[in-house]
Design a protein around this ligand. Structure first.
Ligand code: SAH
Length: 263
């Protein structure tokens, strides 16, 4: 433990593969006294990356209750007040549906110095790992990242349906039926391609393709489960229909990341 004043560093851990940690993330972990980590953060490598740290699992696990958000914030502050360099390791980027803002605020309120290390977000990287670029020249020039954790309102569905770009949904598996039905209700074409990419960057990564009208049934039949990123939009065709040039370029990019497991 440090003699000086404690601090908190919110670290984006990327989508799960330790190779996708930033240099700043690796450095912060290497210097940490305490690491509080989530289920989707690259925690398997923590013993190696944070050899001097006490490791605290605050993530949700099936059958176990997650540690409530307030308790996580209390732990961050308490360890920092005791003088520790605390790393809060989160999946993806800390500020994309990660409650990073709340944790930073809690630290500031307690007078704890807090720093944020951005991370590779699954919203962009997981579609990319499946060969789906979220934007592509003359196909899509915008993408919207939506949380599917709670049902979308009619106003949200109407605007999303009217935007015409790529829709990326995180935490969207359980609400997929209501989202796809809602988008069709507000005029999105039934034939718009949909991809569900499960367990991005893991050996068991899988992509399931469908169209807006069939997504519900196809996902059910395939037994799609969380964590998964849902992509709705014409860019999905680039992976599905084998746009040779684009998918070759993208597969090449993936191969640089993980030699044996190129997808
Ligand atoms: N802050 C994170 C997102 C947290 S919300 C980020 O920037 O990536 C958690 C959701 O992210 C999951 O339900 C899933 O939709 C998505 N997700 C994160 N990692 C993933 C992965 N490796 N494969 C597929 N989906 C992932």
């Amino acid at each position: 433990m440090t003699a000086g004043r404690g601090s908190v560093t919110l670290v984006g851990g990327g989508p799960g593969d330790p190779d996708l940690l930033t240099v700043a993330a690796v450095r912060a972990l290497g210097e940490a006294d305490v690491v509080l980590f989530d289920r989707l953060a690259p925690h398997q490598a923590l013993a190696e990356l944070a050899p001097g740290a006490a490791l605290i699992d605050v993530g949700k696990r099936p059958g176990h209750h997650p540690i409530p958000q307030q308790e996580i914030e209390r732990l961050l502050v308490a360890h920092a007040q005791a003088g520790a360099r605390v790393v809060r390791l989160k999946g993806g980027d800390p500020f994309v549906f990660g409650r990073g803002g709340e944790e930073a605020e809690a630290c500031r309120r307690a007078g704890i110095p807090v720093r944020v290390v951005p991370g590779v977000t699954s919203a962009i990287a997981v579609p990319g790992a499946a060969g789906i670029p979220v934007t592509h020249r003359e196909v899509s020039r915008l993408f919207t990242v939506v949380s599917g954790h709670a049902p979308l309102s009619d106003a949200e569905l109407e605007h999303l349906a009217g935007l015409g770009g790529t829709i990326v949904i995180l935490m969207g598996v359980s609400n997929l039926p209501s989202i796809t039905a809602g988008l069709q209700r507000f005029g999105m074409a039934a034939t718009i391609p949909v991809a569900v990419v499960e367990r991005g960057f893991a050996a068991a990564q899988r992509t399931t393709f469908a169209e807006l009208a069939t997504a519900r049934a196809v996902a059910e039949r395939a037994g799609v489960v969380s964590p998964a990123v849902v992509v709705i939009g014409e860019v999905v065709r680039l992976a599905r229909d084998g746009d040779v040039e684009a998918s070759a370029a993208l597969a090449g990019a993936g191969a640089v990341l993980d030699d044996g497991r190129a997808r």
